[in-house]
Design a protein around this ligand. Structure first.
Ligand SMILES: [Fe+2]
Length: 304
């Protein structure tokens, strides 16, 4: 195990386009370490940090394609598409079947114990409401100092599973290969480079509490899927955001095979507060990507 081995792995990625492509599917250091190991390079997380500081060019980074560009003025804060209605996305729809996994290494008992009704109810509060900031502070404070007793579900703001943490689960490799293929499929569609930004499994009664993602500005695309159809009348699974300008709360009903895009801003007046709830006994998955501004030229966007 060594820093040199990690540096050599980064060098290899510079020379090898196929390996470089797989780097775009990585969202977590654990995945980088696992990929290196499969290719004969052994290093740990600390050595990744050291190697990255020595060579800022070869390692995977969400910022690779997420360079913030000047904001495009738009009155809309989100865009949605039914993937099934776009014939060119058939390959992406089919690949979803290989990504919507439930790793056996997830402890669903611990997950169930960490559920908090009060946190779930907080998703009904507007970020503009009095008392919101205090609750947010409380949630964030609870994360601090939770090191020794912490487990996957210790964080109150993420009551869900980050699939990319489960590199030791049976089937992880096939899943990672599917992620790499998904990148290539979507790059062919958009004609631009993409990068995975996160792969989440929302088990029954899961949520991601209010947040802004302000440290990672730029367009974000999510491919969302479920293990069942959702009737029109069922509003238990949703994505909710506050329009930064009007403070209006917008709740978008989720459904299978949905592509949703929105832009993350850093400016204090433009912060994109949003939260996600899967408040039913079904499973939800969402696969996030950093996408370039030009995505709009490839999809039937109607600007009102
Ligand atoms: Fe988010």
């Amino acid at each position: 195990m060594s820093v040199d081995s990690c540096v050599a792995f980064f060098e290899e990625a510079k020379r090898n386009p196929e390996l470089r492509q797989t780097f775009k599917a990585i969202t977590d250091t654990r995945e980088l370490i696992a990929l290196g190991k499969r290719r004969g390079f052994t290093f740990d997380a600390q050595e990744v940090v050291a190697a990255s500081s020595m060579d800022g060019d070869g390692q995977p980074a969400a910022s690779a394609v997420a360079e913030p560009k000047p904001a495009t003025e738009s009155r809309l804060c989100h865009y949605e598409f039914s993937m099934s209605e776009i014939p060119e996305l058939r390959g992406a729809v089919e690949e979803l079947a290989n990504l919507t996994i439930k790793p056996s290494t997830v402890n669903l008992d611990l997950y169930g114990e960490a559920f908090r009704e009060d946190d779930l109810r907080w998703t009904d509060m507007s970020p503009a409401a009095p008392g919101f900031a205090a609750y947010y502070e409380e949630v964030m404070r609870s994360q601090q100092g939770a090191s020794t007793a912490s487990h996957e579900f210790s964080r109150r703001d993420f009551h869900l599973v980050n699939l990319d943490h489960h590199v030791n689960a049976p089937g992880y490799e096939a899943y990672f290969q599917a992620k790499t293929r998904m990148i290539s499929t979507l790059e062919a569609f958009f004609g631009e480079e993409l990068q995975f930004s996160g792969s989440m499994w929302y088990p029954p009664f899961s949520y991601r509490l209010w947040h802004t993602n302000e440290t990672q500005p730029g367009w974000r695309m999510y491919l969302i899927d479920f293990d069942e159809e959702i009737p029109e009348s069922d509003t238990a699974s949703f994505f909710r955001y506050m329009n930064p300008k009007t403070k209006e709360i917008v709740t978008l009903q989720d459904r299978p095979k949905l592509m949703r895009l929105f832009k993350i801003e850093q400016h204090k007046d433009k912060l994109f507060w949003h939260c996600i709830v899967n408040g039913a006994a079904r499973n939800r998955w969402s696969f996030g990507f950093a996408v370039p501004e030009s995505w709009m030229s490839k999809l039937p966007v109607i600007t009102r």
